[in-house]
Design a protein around this ligand. Structure first.
Ligand SMILES: *[C@@H]1O[C@H](CO)[C@@H](O)[C@H](O)[C@H]1NC(C)=O
Length: 432
């Protein structure tokens, strides 16, 4: 979620049993092929994501944050996992973008390879007065959990429920140090920033990719949400914030995921809050270096790469300008007929969103993006399902005016958007 100065005016600030693993050769460790949903492993063919049957998969879904200070998916003090997934399913959606913080994995290692319990995590994040209260509500709504339940157990349970309801999980590393994201001065902006240790990041990707092998619903992972200029770190900014280093780290992160889990797609996200990723498809140099994108740099898994972009031009007044911007900064990658497209990739709009009022969704931004996604046959995740967060920017039980759901995650915030905007968008993009 973008929180830049530029945009601040716009933003009020397991089911393994169904799977049959069919090795087609005894000699090499081939990816698992599942004879049931989700028919993995997925791969990329031109501008499309495909399942193992060759069917096109277009994600139509919502973001579900789990990267805040509590480090578990939000909303569980108000509703059960099953209820939230059912609500998402009722929209016709087929995917969630589930976010996590690298800090969760750092703490696992620091704690002798043991994850922190949810109970302890609530206390640490919300304090000894509110922590136990919110934890009690979490247990009341999710009675299968108990005092020994860890944060990763909760992620496992969300993934298992998604498998049950056939919702794909796209797992997104949103930030390193768990907190609301993102600004250019939050220490998490760029590889090597104060709270963004590169080795810990790569270790965290590998850890979650490995963990996700037991999640039937997991079909893709991202490298990192909204890379951005480290503005309070001038040396890092001048020496490293560029496409050359971006490419180096993107190779490192992709390799970490692929080695741990060869079955899933890998999403690459661009610069300036993931608003553009043109060198990947225009075949231009990764400046200030001269290297260009090459499939050979992703040996054996170039067919797993998907590009993601975000857009928050909420005050757009011209749909044609908004469309041009989306095209030039990312979606051109889906157009091999464009002479300037050197390599074709699928592109997914992994974030866009707006205040959930009955008026806002009728404006240019929302209607234009909906029309554009349908024309492109491109996947998307709206920001955000959350009616509220456990804590955001220091405020507990933070009200999310952009949330599809109400504060207690019980009803839709704008039924007119759900019926008039969102359900039609799902129908016009999703293929299954
Ligand atoms: C506690 O919850 C975990 C899952 O979080 C589960 O594996 C375990 O069986 C539960 N223990 C009891 C005693 O119910």
């Amino acid at each position: 979620m973008l929180r830049s100065l530029l945009k601040s005016s716009l933003i009020p600030l397991l089911a393994l049993s169904g799977n049959l693993f069919v090795p087609s050769s005894w000699a090499s460790p081939l990816p698992r092929q599942s004879a049931s949903w989700p028919y993995g492993p997925f791969e990329v063919s031109g501008a499309e994501m495909k399942d193992s049957r060759g069917e096109t998969i277009v994600y139509a879904g919502t973001n579900w944050p789990g990267h805040g200070e509590v480090m578990i998916p939000d909303g569980l003090q108000y509703q059960s996992i099953e209820t939230i997934v059912s609500k998402i399913k009722s929209l016709g959606m087929n995917a969630i973008r589930l976010t996590y913080a690298i800090q969760m994995i750092d703490q696992f290692y620091a704690n002798g390879n043991k994850d922190t319990t949810v109970q302890q995590s609530f206390n640490t994040a919300l304090g000894s007065t509110n922590g136990p209260k919110v934890y009690a509500k979490f247990l009341a709504n999710n009675p299968s959990f108990n005092a020994s339940t860890t944060r990763l157990d909760v992620f496992d349970a969300v993934a298992a429920e998604c498998a049950k309801q056939q919702i794909h999980v796209h797992l997104d590393n949103h930030i390193s140090r768990a907190s609301w994201c993102c600004s250019t001065t939050d220490g998490n902006s760029w590889f090597g920033d104060n709270d963004y240790n590169v080795q810990n990041w790569a270790r965290g990707l590998k850890f979650m990719a490995d963990r996700g092998k037991s999640w039937t619903a997991l079909t893709s992972m991202s490298l990192r949400n909204e890379l951005r200029s480290p503005d309070n770190n001038p040396t890092l900014k001048s020496q490293s914030y560029n496409w050359r280093d971006w490419y180096t780290y993107s190779k490192q992160g992709s390799s970490a995921i692929h080695e741990a889990n060869p079955d899933i797609l890998i999403f690459l996200s661009g610069l300036d809050f993931d608003t553009w990723i043109t060198p990947m498809f225009q075949g231009t140099a990764m400046t200030p270096g001269t290297t260009k994108y090459s499939a050979a740099d992703f040996p054996g898994y170039a067919n797993k790469l998907v590009l993601e972009v975000h857009n928050y031009n909420n005050d757009a007044t011209s749909c044609s300008s908004l469309e041009s911007s989306l095209y030039n900064n990312g979606f051109q990658a889906m157009h091999k007929e464009d002479a300037k497209t050197v390599t074709v990739f699928p592109v997914v709009l992994t974030e866009f969103g707006f205040a959930q009022t009955d008026a806002e969704w009728r404006r240019v931004y929302s209607t234009c993006i909906a029309g554009y996604l349908a024309k492109q046959k491109a996947g998307w995740f709206i920001w955000v399902v959350s009616g509220s967060y456990y804590i955001r920017s220091g405020t507990q039980d933070y009200e999310e005016a952009w949330g599809l759901l109400s504060h207690d995650w019980s009803t839709w915030r704008s039924q007119s958007y759900i019926d008039g905007g969102l359900k039609p968008l799902v129908k016009n993009t999703v293929k299954n």
